[in-house]
Design a protein around this ligand. Structure first.
Ligand SMILES: [Fe+2]
Length: 194
């Protein structure tokens, strides 16, 4: 998937149509088979509903990187890749602020259930419950009994790199993520701060 992603550095100096580039990249993930087919139309709705600056720190470029990190981790540890990808797409989509917004995870979970009820998001009840658990707890949650939820949280935390922050392995939940941040070649400060 990495080749499909509009990494932050590629956005700089582009036409500025971040939403469109992310829509195309997200659609490409559907084509690659990572997301259910109906997700392509779902992407348009989620982008339309997003209330913050799409170039902001919690916008679509971040969602795509979380999806990318989640896939990397999930391919190693056997997490549910569809749930992990949908988490990347939805977990910050209902933020009302790029700053303190303690209830955005709960809103994202409610949004996922709403989309499922409307038939826009077709996942099993088991996958929807996992997705909602991951969304609800992704900010304050420290650990979780389910591997897929832990993988979702780590995928989000690995993108703290975008702030130039070194990631504390103690905040991670999977050995795959801990191994990733411990690699000497893992970038720490060379991500564009959006
Ligand atoms: Fe996030």
């Amino acid at each position: 998937m990495d080749g499909n992603l509009p990494h932050a550095g590629e956005e700089k100096g582009s036409s500025g149509d971040t939403v469109e580039s992310c829509r195309r990249a997200l659609a490409a993930t559907v084509v690659s088979g990572e997301l259910p087919p109906e997700t392509e139309s779902l992407v348009g709705k989620i982008l339309k509903d997003y209330r913050l600056d799409p170039k902001g720190i919690h916008g679509p470029a971040h969602w795509l990187r979380v999806m990318d990190y989640g896939r990397m981790l999930g391919e190693k540890n056997g997490a549910n890749l569809k749930v992990v990808a949908l988490f990347g797409l939805i977990h910050d989509a209902r933020r009302l602020s790029d700053h303190h917004d303690p209830h955005h995870g709960a809103r994202a979970a409610a949004y996922a259930r709403e989309l499922a009820t409307e038939g826009r998001l077709r996942v099993s009840s088991r996958d929807l419950d996992l997705l909602c658990s991951a969304c609800e707890g992704h900010t304050a949650g420290r650990t979780h009994p389910d591997l897929t939820v832990r993988t979702c949280w780590d995928a989000d935390r690995l993108d703290l790199h975008r702030f130039g922050w070194e990631i504390d392995p103690g905040q991670l939940n999977t050995p795959e993520a801990v191994e990733f941040v411990s690699r000497p070649e893992t970038p720490v400060k060379n991500f564009l701060i959006l």
